[in-house]
Design a protein around this ligand. Structure first.
Ligand code: F6R
Length: 362
């Protein structure tokens, strides 16, 4: 049942404020993170290994910024198909965390089995609670997103980020890096997100109009810095999956190390950038694009829009949030840009060609 929506994908995009709010309340009903299903102790963990495929891998890349910045916990993020065959050393002081919507992805399951007996903890973040990955973990944390039908993952990604943010806050507390006041403050910021996501969903019409030009492009670049870099990867993946337009995500600082060679007036460049500490550097990157007649679509907040508007092709002004948790908010325009570009192209949004919802073979 699409609940009055045209596709499951857009229904699931619009469910996000509700499912994220439920997920956040589940892991932090008050001013502290509570992991109800069991205990996990990061205090003696000296490394966190995060392994997944596709969109779930990008959730891990976002979480690396959180675990490292909040908890001071070094992270290795790997693609499951690389991790399992590379057979990397896994120390007894490491925790290994596997993220999977389906809980059945063959490579992620094989990676989990490889780490079992080596890492101190085997953790998973899954949507399907009775899945193989959940069953074979010491602790399986459900994302509580409900059934996701659209092949392109949307609400599951957001709830993966919700669980990972809570876990990073827990790790920060257990490692003595934050006090109770800071924990309450971080949780307060997280809890503000469902309402802000709702506000950003109201930008759908503006996004729909903007994507008309994107649908004619051959190549689209996505740029971001810090925790918005993996969001650029996710924005590009979502777009190529459902619109079949070639898209690449890059760290903004990498632009001049190669991808700028692609830029001319036919190449739209979507920049996902709240006004953060490095925003001035992002402005320089946009100027480099504009100097080559590239069309910049800047997705930012009010202060970012005020600082950068000169020469920018389009600006989408998002609600303001602490940049550390901005990926949860900027997931929404990334999804809607992909969705509406695909609609303009007339592709099958819920069942994109060549893709399966659950990849149980390698
Ligand atoms: C992208 C997408 C895929 C999955 C990947 C992992 O929209 O849905 O990239 O994220 O196949 O699947 P799970 O999370 O089930 O392990």
């Amino acid at each position: 049942d699409k609940g009055g929506h045209r596709h499951f994908m857009v229904k699931e995009i619009f469910e996000q404020p509700t499912v994220l709010a439920d997920c956040l309340t589940h892991y932090a009903p008050g001013d502290a993170v509570v992991i109800p299903e069991g205990s996990v102790d990061f205090s003696r963990t000296d490394r966190l290994i995060l392994v997944a495929c596709g969109t779930a891998h990008y959730a891990c890349l976002v979480a690396k910024y959180w675990f490292e910045q909040l908890a001071g916990l070094p992270c290795d993020v790997d693609i499951a198909s690389e991790f399992r065959y590379r057979e990397p050393p896994v120390s007894e002081q490491a925790a290994a965390l596997f993220v999977s919507q389906s809980g059945e992805t063959a490579d992620t399951l094989a990676a989990l089995r490889y780490a079992t007996g080596k890492a101190a903890h085997i953790l998973s973040v899954v949507n399907v609670a009775e899945s193989s990955i959940a069953r074979e973990s010491d602790l399986a944390l459900p994302i509580l997103a409900g059934v996701e039908v659209g092949v392109a993952s949307t609400k599951a990604f957001l709830c993966q980020l919700g669980v990972l943010a809570n876990l990073a806050i827990l790790a920060a507390r257990q490692k003595g890096r934050i006090d109770a006041r800071r924990e309450a403050e971080l949780l307060h910021t997280l809890r503000s997100l469902p309402a802000l996501i709702n506000q950003s969903l109201a930008l759908e019409d503006e996004i729909r109009r903007g994507t008309r030009a994107l649908a004619r492009a051959q190549t689209i670049l996505f740029l971001g810095r810090g925790p918005m870099f993996p969001m650029a990867l996710e924005g590009a993946l979502k777009l190529k999956e459902i619109s079949y337009i070639h898209a690449e995500g890059y760290a903004s600082g990498e632009l001049k190390h190669g991808p700028i060679a692609l830029v001319d007036k036919t190449v739209p460049v979507v920049v996902l950038a709240p006004r953060d500490a490095l925003f001035d550097k992002t402005i320089s990157n946009m100027q480099e694009v504009m100097a080559r007649e590239g069309r910049v679509w800047l997705v930012t907040d009010k202060p970012g829009a005020a600082a950068a508007s000169d020469g920018v092709w389009k600006t989408l002004t998002m609600p303001q949030v602490d940049p550390i948790f901005a990926p949860l908010l900027y997931a929404v325009p990334a999804q809607l840009i992909a969705y509406h570009t695909a609609l303009h192209k007339g592709t099958d949004v819920d069942q994109p060609r060549n893709l399966a919802k659950s990849v149980t073979v390698e």
